[in-house]
Design a protein around this ligand. Structure first.
Ligand code: PEP
Ligand code: MG
Length: 748
C-alpha cells in the first residue's frame, strides 16, 4: 500500500463532502462512502457500524463484506473488536484480527478472510455514534498516518450523522435525535410535567466539517486561540480570585497555551478538517480519554480542557449562549448542572428541570424545590440526546425522563398529571380545615421555605406558619456576602408576607454540601461532620451577629423566632443564645425597636442532643428535629450518597425508639417540639411521627395537603398500637404493618 500523503487525505475528505452535498437516501450515501474509503485507503473492506440503540451496534454499510449481512449483523457494546472500539472510544489496530482477544466470528459477513483490522470510533463530543472499520487480507499493522487519516474521516462521518445525512425513509437507518429515549435518573423534586426542551447551553452546530483551504483554517484557529488566551488573561485581571479559582484558571491558561493542543488541531486541519471540526475532534478524543482515567484530579483537568474547547468553538462559530432561539411554551430546562442563582433567574416559567449531574442536596435542587418544579437529577446522556424544542415528559416522582415520547406514553402521562391536579383540588378543599385526626388530636402543619418565592405558598397551602426558613439560600444565590441592610430588607418582606404568622428563621447553615461561592471552604476529610452550621457561627461570629441584627431590625417590634442549626451540646446552645441576647441589648441601646417577644430554639440534628442535660430542655424555647441530618448521623448513612441514602427506612423501629425518647424528654420539661426534615412531608412518615407524639410538623408546601388528608382519616391511638405491635413482634420497621393497617382502612 502506498504511503498516504496529506493531500490524499484532503482529497478523500473533499470527495466525501461532495458526495454528501448531493441529495440522496442515507443508505445509498453510506454505500458510496464505504466504497470511497476502501478505494482511497487501498483496503479490501470498509464497513460502517452505527448504534441502533445505546447498547447495540448494527452493520449499516460495507464494501468487501457480504452485502447480505447489512442490517442483519448486530453486536452488543463491548462485544467483538467492533464492540470494543465502541465501548472504549479507542482504536483497535491489529495485523491478526482472528487472533485478537475478544474477536467474534460472524460467519454471515465472510470476514474470516481478512487478517488486518483497523476500527475507529465515530463519536461526537462524548456521544458515541458508531464504528468505522477497514480490513485487508495482508497481515499488517496500519501505519500511524493511516490511523490518523481514518480518524479524521470518522470525525466527518460523526458530524454528518449528527446532521442527519444517513437517515433513510424506510426507517432502516436511525435518525439521531428523532427516536424516543427513556432516561432513568433520580428524583430531585416530585411532580410531573410535560413540555419542550430548553437547553441551558445549546449545542454548537458545525455545518462545515471539511474545508478547502487549510491555510485559511489555520489562520482562523490561531486567531481564535489567541482570542481565547486573551479572554483567560482578562479573567485573571478582572476577578478577585481565591487560591482555588486561580488554580483552575492556571489550568485553563496552561491548556490554552499548550503547543501540543494547537499543533494537533493544525494537523487535523492539514488533513482537510475545518477549524471547528478540528476542535471537536480533539475534544472528542479528550472526552474518550476522560472516561478511561481513574484519577479524579486528572479527570478534572481533562474536564477543564473540555470547557476550554467549548469556549473555542463558541469563538469560532460566533454561537454564544444566546442563539436567538425562542424559549418554547412549557419549557423544561436541560443542563449538565446549573447554579442556584441561574435557576432562580429562570424562575417559575420553567415547568421542569432535568440535570445530567447534580445531587439531592445541591443548591439547584434546593431552589427547584422552593419553586416547586419537578426535578430529575443524574439523568445520564440527557444533554447529548436532547435538542431545543423536543417534546419531553419529566416524572419527578420516579426520577424518569421520556424524551420525544411515543403518543401512548404521553397519554398515560397526561392521565397521571390530571390525577395529580384532581388530588390538588381535593387538598385545596381541605385548606381551611384543621389537621384533626379521628381521635380528636390536632396536628399543627407548617411549611419550609427559603426564598421570597416560597411565601405565596403560605396562603395557598393552608400552612399555619413557616416552621423552617433556610436563610442560607439567600447567601448561596449571591456572588458576594450580602450586607446587613439587604438582609434586613429581605427578612422584613418575609415577615410582611407572612402576615403575622410565625416564621422560624434558621441562622446561616453553611458548610458540608452548602458552600458559599465567595467563602473558601476549609479542606476537610468529611465536611458533613465538619466545620459547619452553628459551629462556624460560634467560631467566627461576625456573620452570625450581622444576621441576628438584620433579623431584629426586620422584626420592627413584631415577634421574632430564631433557631440554630446542628446544636450538638448544651454549651453550644447557651453560646448561640447569648449572641441573640447581646444583639437585642445592643439594638435596644442604639434606640432601635426590639421584638415584642423572642423565641430562641435549637435544631436537633445529632443524636447527642437527645441526651443533653435537663437544663438544656428547660433553656431552649423549642426544639425542631432536623430529620435529614439526624437520620444520616443515626444510621451513619450520608444523605447525599446515592449508594446508601435510601438504605435505612425512616420507620425503622430503632429510629422510632430514639424519636420517642426525644418526645419524652420534651414532655418532661414542657418544651415545644416540632419536626422539619423531609419525612414530615411524607404522609405515612408524618402519621408515624404524629402517632408517637409529634404535634407540629413542617414540610414542603406541596406536602401540606396530602399529609393533612391522611391525618384527618386516621386514629392516632390505633396507629400507635400498630407501631407497638410491630415492635413486640420483633419487626425491624413499622412500615409493612402500618401499610397493611392503612390498606384495611381503605386509605392507600
Ligand atoms: C434537616 O437536616 O433535616 C434540615 C431540615 O436541615 P437541612 O435539610 O437544611 O440540612
Ligand atoms: Mg440539617
Amino acid at each position: 500500500m502506498p504511503e498516504r500523503t496529506e493531500s490524499d487525505s484532503r482529497k478523500l475528505l473533499r470527495r466525501l463532502r461532495d458526495m454528501l452535498a448531493v441529495p440522496g437516501e442515507g443508505q445509498d450515501r453510506l454505500d458510496r462512502i464505504t466504497h470511497l474509503i476502501a478505494d482511497s485507503m487501498g483496503t479490501e473492506v470498509c464497513s460502517i457500524y452505527l448504534f441502533r440503540d445505546p447498547e447495540t451496534l448494527e452493520l449499516c454499510a460495507t464494501e468487501g463484506l457480504k452485502k447480505a449481512a447489512v442490517h442483519k449483523t448486530r453486536m452488543k457494546l463491548g462485544e467483538g473488536l467492533v464492540g470494543r472500539v465502541a465501548r472504549t472510544g479507542q482504536p483497535v489496530n491489529t495485523a491478526d484480527a482472528p487472533g485478537e482477544k475478544g474477536f467474534r466470528y460472524m460467519p454471515e459477513t465472510g470476514e474470516e478472510l481478512f487478517s488486518s483490522f483497523l476500527g475507529l470510533p465515530i463519536q461526537r463530543v462524548g456521544e458515541k455514534l458508531g464504528v468505522l472499520v477497514v480490513q485487508s487480507k495482508t497481515a499488517r499493522q496500519f501505519s500511524e498516518d493511516e490511523v490518523y487519516a481514518l480518524d479524521v474521516v470518522a470525525m466527518v462521518l460523526a458530524e454528518m450523522t449528527e446532521l442527519g445525512a444517513f437517515t433513510s425513509g424506510d426507517g432502516a437507518m436511525r435518525a439521531l435525535h428523532k427516536q424516543p429515549v427513556l432516561i432513568r435518573g433520580s428524583s430531585g423534586q416530585e411532580g410531573a410535567a410535560e413540555g419542550r426542551v430548553w437547553l441551558h447551553e445549546p449545542r454548537v452546530v458545525i455545518t462545515n466539517p471539511v474545508a478547502d483551504d487549510p491555510l485559511t483554517e489555520i489562520d482562523r484557529i490561531r486567531a481564535a486561540v489567541s482570542e481565547l488566551r486573551v479572554s483567560i488573561d482578562d479573567l485573571f485581571e478582572a476577578e478577585q480570585l481565591d487560591k482555588e479559582q486561580k488554580q483552575v484558571l492556571e489550568a485553563y491558561r496552561m491548556f490554552a497555551h499548550s503547543r501540543g493542543w494547537l499543533r494537533r488541531m493544525e494537523e487535523d486541519i492539514m488533513l482537510g478538517l475545518s477549524a471547528e471540526a478540528a476542535v471537536e475532534k480533539e475534544q472528542s478524543a479528550a472526552r474518550a480519554r476522560m472516561e478511561q482515567v481513574p484519577d479524579q484530579y486528572l479527570r478534572e483537568r481533562l474536564q477543564d480542557l473540555d470547557d476550554l474547547s467549548n469556549r473555542l468553538l463558541r469563538i469560532l462559530t460566533g454561537q454564544g449562549k444566546d442563539t436567538g432561539a425562542e424559549m418554547p411554551d412549557n419549557p423544561i430546562l436541560i443542563a449538565r448542572n446549573i447554579g442556584p442563582g441561574e435557576l432562580l433567574e429562570y424562575g417559575r416559567k420553567l415547568k421542569g428541570v432535568v440535570l445530567e449531574e447534580g445531587s439531592v442536596g445541591s443548591h439547584a435542587a434546593v431552589v427547584a424545590r422552593a419553586l416547586a418544579i419537578p426535578l430529575v437529577i443524574n439523568a445520564g446522556r440527557i444533554v447529548a440526546e436532547a435538542l431545543n424544542g423536543d417534546p419531553i415528559l419529566v416524572d419527578g416522582d420516579q426520577g424518569v425522563v421520556h424524551l420525544r415520547p411515543e403518543e401512548t406514553i404521553s397519554r398515560a402521562f397526561r392521565d397521571k398529571i390530571a390525577m395529580q391536579a384532581e388530588a390538588q383540588k381535593r387538598y385545596a378543599s381541605l385548606r381551611t380545615l384543621p389537621a384533626t385526626t379521628l381521635c380528636g388530636t390536632t396536628i399543627s402543619l407548617h411549611m419550609n421555605a427559603g426564598l421570597m418565592a416560597d411565601l405565596p405558598s403560605l396562603e395557598g397551602s393552608g400552612a399555619e406558619g413557616v416552621g423552617l426558613f433556610r436563610t442560607e439560600l439567600q447567601f448561596l444565590i449571591r456572588s458576594k456576602m450580602p450586607q446587613r441592610a439587604e438582609l434586613a430588607a429581605l427578612y422584613t418582606r418575609v415577615m410582611d408576607a407572612a402576615k403575622g404568622k410565625r416564621v422560624a428563621f434558621r441562622t446561616l447553615d453553611i458548610g458540608s454540601d452548602k458552600v458559599l461561592p465567595y467563602m473558601k471552604p476549609p479542606e476537610e476529610p468529611n465536611p458533613a461532620m465538619g466545620w459547619r452550621a452553628v459551629r462556624v457561627g460560634l467560631d467566627k461570629p461576625g456573620v452570625m451577629r450581622m444576621q441576628l441584627q438584620a433579623l431584629i431590625r426586620a422584626a420592627k417590634g413584631r415577634p421574632l423566632t430564631v433557631m440554630f442549626p446542628l446544636i450538638t451540646e448544651m454549651t453550644e446552645f447557651q453560646q448561640a443564645r447569648s449572641h441573640v441576647l447581646r444583639e437585642l441589648h445592643r439594638e435596644k441601646s442604639l434606640g432601635h425597636p426590639v421584638p415584642e417577644t423572642v423565641e430562641i430554639g435549637a435544631m436537633m440534628e445529632t443524636p447527642s442532643l437527645a441526651y443533653a442535660p435537663k437544663a438544656f430542655f428547660e433553656l431552649t424555647d423549642f426544639i425542631s428535629v432536623g430529620g435529614n441530618d439526624l437520620k444520616q448521623f443515626f444510621f451513619a448513612a450520608d444523605r447525599e450518597n446515592e449508594l446508601v441514602r435510601r438504605r435505612y427506612d425512616t420507620l425503622n423501629l430503632s429510629f422510632r425508639a430514639f424519636l420517642e425518647h426525644v418526645v419524652a424528654r420534651c414532655a418532661e420539661t414542657g418544651t415545644a417540639l416540632s419536626f422539619c426534615g423531609e419525612d414530615a412531608g411524607r404522609p405515612i412518615e408524618a402519621l408515624a411521627l404524629a402517632a408517637i407524639g409529634f404535634r407540629t410538623l413542617s414540610m414542603r408546601p406541596a406536602s401540606v395537603g396530602p399529609v393533612k388528608a391522611l391525618l384527618r382519616k386516621v386514629d392516632l391511638v390505633e396507629a400507635r398500637a400498630v407501631i407497638d405491635r410491630a415492635r413486640t413482634e420483633g419487626a425491624e420497621s413499622a412500615r409493612p404493618m402500618l401499610m397493611d393497617w392503612l390498606a384495611s382502612l381503605g386509605t392507600t
